[in-house]
Design a protein around this ligand. Sequence first.
Ligand SMILES: Cc1cc2nc3c(=O)[nH]c(=O)nc-3n(C[C@H](O)[C@H](O)[C@H](O)COP(=O)(O)O)c2cc1C
Length: 301
Amino acid sequence: MDLSVAIGGKKLPNPVGVASGTFGYGGEYEQLVDFAAIGALYTKAVTLMPRPGNDIPRIVETPSGLINSIGLANVGVDRFISEKMPHCRELPCAVVVNIAGSSADEYARVLEKLETCPGIWGYEINVSCPNVKHGGMAFGTDPAQVERLTADLRKRTKNPIIVKLTPNVTDIRTIAKAAQEGGADAVSCINTLVGMVIDVGAKKPVLPMGTGGLSGPAIRPVGVAATYAVSRAVSIPVIGLGGISGPLDALQYLLAGASAVQIGTANFVDPTTTARVLAGIREFCERENVSCIKDLHRFIP
Ligand SMILES: Cc1cc2nc3c(=O)[nH]c(=O)nc-3n(C[C@H](O)[C@H](O)[C@H](O)COP(=O)(O)O)c2cc1C
């Protein structure tokens, strides 16, 4: 059985990755997981300058999920290259760097710096962060900006470009098509949904910015529906995520049309979810006589 996934002329060793922002830069989990069982590490978002992130609290639990407002806290691209990449490039999995910015120029400068750094498999362009005042989701809700930004980054690299879509739009297919038009090799589907929790006693929102991004099992049906819609609207691979915590959840995404999946919030409960999900996918494919992930797509027309 061949579980590798082709994206933009490169291959991921298997279809199960760990989602940006939930696995740090890898090192944090080294004592806990076998990275050889992980298809790809999608790093925490990297920006041009270091960012301290938003005020605390940054996370609040909700039924079947959590709302985060981290605010893209990260060490900045220079320190990412000098301090994090030497370790990342030793990992046996593909390293996909998640890039964020508040202007098209910032995305371009971050990518250009990363291009000088060996060991990067590809880039995930985060145009879907709901927790920053400038950039982030503002790009990802406008098809024209997504196409322009993707086309500009496309000119600067031969590595795979994956555009990460926000579900906080009227029709996610228009954004996916814009990414494809701009030259993206794949889209990841979905980032978090805007949500709010109010502390009734204090009569104010729990998170300092008011809203945050909802993730976890609560958003899985939204992610599966988005994956189903997007995979029928574009010809590039779709990487499905949102609320996956076991093999059956991942199989929903793959049957809906995803070519690969990512595990996010579930890592906070069980960091070995990835290996469990991969084993379950393999078992299912064997039982169903399916020899590659693409064959799963024929079950639901
Ligand atoms: C604490 C936290 C931090 C996140 N940081 C990022 C980030 O830096 N870049 C990004 O593209 N997505 C980020 N995400 C979104 C996840 O990668 C993922 O798209 C989302 O959580 C849905 O998947 P899940 O339900 O499996 O967590 C973050 C999510 C969480 C919970």
